[in-house]
Design a binder for this molecule. Structure first.
Ligand SMILES: Nc1nc2c(c(=O)[nH]1)N[C@H]1C(S)=C(S)[C@@H](COP(=O)(O)OP(=O)(O)OC[C@H]3O[C@@H](n4cnc5c(N)ncnc54)[C@H](O)[C@@H]3O)O[C@H]1N2
Ligand code: MOO
Length: 426
C-alpha cells in the first residue's frame, strides 16, 4: 500500500492556474493569500489519499431489510445452534435400527414434538421436520418399499439426518466485521435468528452539476450542451454502495456554488464542470472561500487530469469532477469510489492484472485509463475514448489502468466500469 503522509500534498487552496509556483495573488479586493501550485499526484497515490482521508460512518443497528449493501460493523456471532434440533434432510421415513420396520405415524413439518421411535419402528417424515427421539436414520421415499404398515429399505446410521449444531453452535463467529452485507449474509443472519444487524451505514453522496451551457432535455445545439454527467451520477452512486443525496443543477456562479456547498448535507458532494482553469471554473476559489483543505489537486492521469478532492471544515468531502463526461466518470471511479469505499468501512481492493494483447501506447508521465472489453485473450480497447466521449465507456467492461512509460504497455490493471462489480481475480 502506498504510504500517505498526513499533511503532505495538502494545503489551503485558491483559484489555481493563474499564477506560478509559490506566487501571491489577489483573489478578491483586499484578500491576498499565499498559494503554491501543486503537481498532480500519481493515479495510485491519489486513490490512496482519497481512501485515507475518508472516515467510515458510525455503526448503527438496522433491521435486516434495511441492511443490504451495508458493511458489518461487528462480527456476526451465532446466538443459537443451527439446526436447532436434529432434522430430516429428506422426505421419507425416520427409522430406528435396521429394517424392516413398522410404520407408527407421520411427522408434519411444523410438529413441535415428534415423540419417540422404538427399535424397529418408522414414521413418515418431511424434509426439515424434527426427527423423533431414537431415530437412527431416514429412508428416502424413493428408496422405501412399503406394504401396509410395513417398511423396508436401505438404512445407514445417521444417513439423511441434519444434526443439531451441524452448521454452527452458539457463540460461533460466522463472519468478521468488515464483510459486505449481501443477500446471502441476510439469509444467514435470519437463519441464526437475528432480526437486526450492526452495520456501517451507506454514506450519502450529493451532486452539483454546474454549467451555464447545459440543457437537461433534448439535443445539444450551438451554445448548448446536453448534460451527460447528471444522468450518470445516481446509478454510479448506488452502484458504488452509497445513497443518493440531492442532485442540483447550478449556473456558473461562484456565490451560488458557495451557498450550495454550505447547504448540501451529504458525506461527499460531487461538483461537476468547474474543475479546470477557465473563467467559469470556480471550484477551487469556492473551496478557498469555504476554508476547505485540499487533499488532491489534480491527478496525473488521462482523462481526468483536473479532478480534485477537498475536505470542508465540518468533515464533508468535495470531489471536483471534470466537465468532460468521460473524464468525470474516470474521476468518480478513481477518487469517488476510493472515498466511498472507506466511508462504507471496506478496504480498497487491489486491481487485477490483465494482458493487453494488442498493446496500448503509454503516456510518458500520466496513467492512462482506457476503456476495454475483457476477452479470453485479454483486454481489448474499444475506441471512442476521448475525454468528452462516452461511446467507448458505454460498451466497455472496465478501464485498463495503463502505467506511464516510454512505449507500449502489454499489461494493465482493471478498474471495473461498474463500481458495484467485485474486482476480477484473473
Ligand atoms: N487552460 C486549461 N484548460 C483546460 C484544462 C487545463 O488544465 N487548462 N483542462 C482540460 C481538461 S483535461 C478538462 S477535463 C476540462 C475540465 O473542465 P471543467 O471541469 O472546468 O469543466 P468545463 O470547462 O465546464 O467543461 C469542459 C467541457 O465539458 C462540457 N461539460 C461540462 N459539464 C458537462 C455535463 N454535465 N455534461 C456534458 N458536458 C459537460 C463543457 O461544455 C465543456 O465542453 O477542461 C479542459 N480545459
Ligand atoms: O483529462 Mo481531461 O480530464 O482530458 O478530460
Amino acid at each position: 500500500m502506498t504510504e500517505v503522509v498526513s499533511g503532505a500534498g495538502r494545503g489551503r487552496f485558491d483559484n489555481g492556474g493563474m499564477v506560478g509556483e509559490g506566487g501571491c495573488v489577489e483573489d478578491r479586493p483586499g484578500e491576498i493569500r499565499a498559494r503554491r501550485r501543486r503537481d498532480a499526484v500519481e493515479w495510485d497515490v491519489a486513490r490512496q489519499m482519497a481512501f485515507a482521508v475518508a472516515r467510515p460512518g458510525r455503526v448503527v443497528s438496522r433491521e435486516l431489510a434495511d441492511a443490504d449493501g451495508c458493511v458489518l460493523g461487528t462480527p456476526l456471532v451465532a446466538p443459537v445452534a443451527v439446526p436447532a434440533v436434529d432434522r430430516s434432510a429428506m422426505d421419507g421415513y425416520a427409522v430406528n435400527g435396521d429394517g424392516p420396520w413398522r410404520i407408527v405415524g407421520h411427522v408434519e413439518a411444523g410438529a413441535a414434538d415428534p415423540g419417540v421411535l422404538e427399535d424397529g419402528e418408522a414414521t413418515g417424515i418431511v424434509t426439515g421436520a424434527t426427527v423423533p427421539r431414537g431415530a437412527t436414520s431416514v429412508v428416502r421415499s424413493e428408496d422405501a418399499v412399503v406394504s401396509g404398515d410395513h417398511l423396508d429399505g436401505p438404512a445407514k446410521a445417521g444417513r439423511h439426518i441434519r444434526r443439531t449444531g451441524e452448521e454452527c453452535k452458539p457463540g460461533d463467529q460466522l463472519l468478521p466485521a468488515g464483510i459486505l452485507v449481501d443477500p446471502a449474509v441476510l439469509g444467514l443472519a435470519a437463519t441464526v435468528g437475528l432480526n437486526r444487524l450492526t452495520v456501517v451505514p451507506k454514506p450519502t453522496v450529493a451532486a452539483l452539476v454546474t454549467g451555464d451551457e447545459l440543457v437537461h432535455r433534448g439535443p445539444s445545439s450551438p451554445g448548448r450542451i446536453r448534460d451527460a454527467i447528471g444522468p450518470m451520477l445516481p446509478g454510479l452512486i448506488t452502484r458504488a454502495g452509497a445513497r443518493n443525496g440531492p442532485l442540483a443543477h447550478l449556473r456558473d456562479d461562484r456565490d451560488a456554488l458557495v451557498e450550495a456547498l454550505r447547504e448540501t448535507q451529504a458525506d461527499l458532494v460531487l461538483v461537476s464542470g468547474s474543475s479546470a482553469a477557465g473563467p467559469a471554473d470556480h471550484l477551487r476559489a469556492v473551496l478557498s472561500d469555504l476554508d476547505a483543505e485540499l487533499i488532491v489537486d489534480g491527478v496525473a492521469c488521462r482523462p481526468g487530469h483536473p479532478q480534485a478532492l477537498a475536505q470542508l471544515p465540518d468533515g464533508r468531502l468535495v470531489l471536483g469532477l471534470p466537465g468532460n463526461p468521460h473524464a468525470a466518470l474516470v474521476a468518480f471511479l478513481t477518487l469517488g469510489v476510493a472515498a466511498i469505499t472507506r466511508m462504507r468501512g471496506l478496504t480498497l481492493p487491489a486491481l487485477a492484472n490483465i494482458a493487453v494483447p494488442g498493446g496500448v501506447t503509454c503516456h510518458p508521465t500520466n496513467t492512462r485509463l482506457v476503456p476495454i472489453r475483457l476477452t479470453p485473450q485479454g483486454a481489448v480497447p474499444v475506441g471512442h475514448d476521448g475525454a468528452a466521449m462516452l461511446r467507448g465507456p458505454a460498451v466497455a467492461d472496465a478501464l485498463a489502468v495503463v502505467a506511464p512509460g516510454p512505449s507500449e504497455a502489454i499489461a494493465a490493471r482493471l478498474l471495473p466500469i461498474d463500481p458495484g462489480a467485485r474486482p476480477w481475480i484473473l
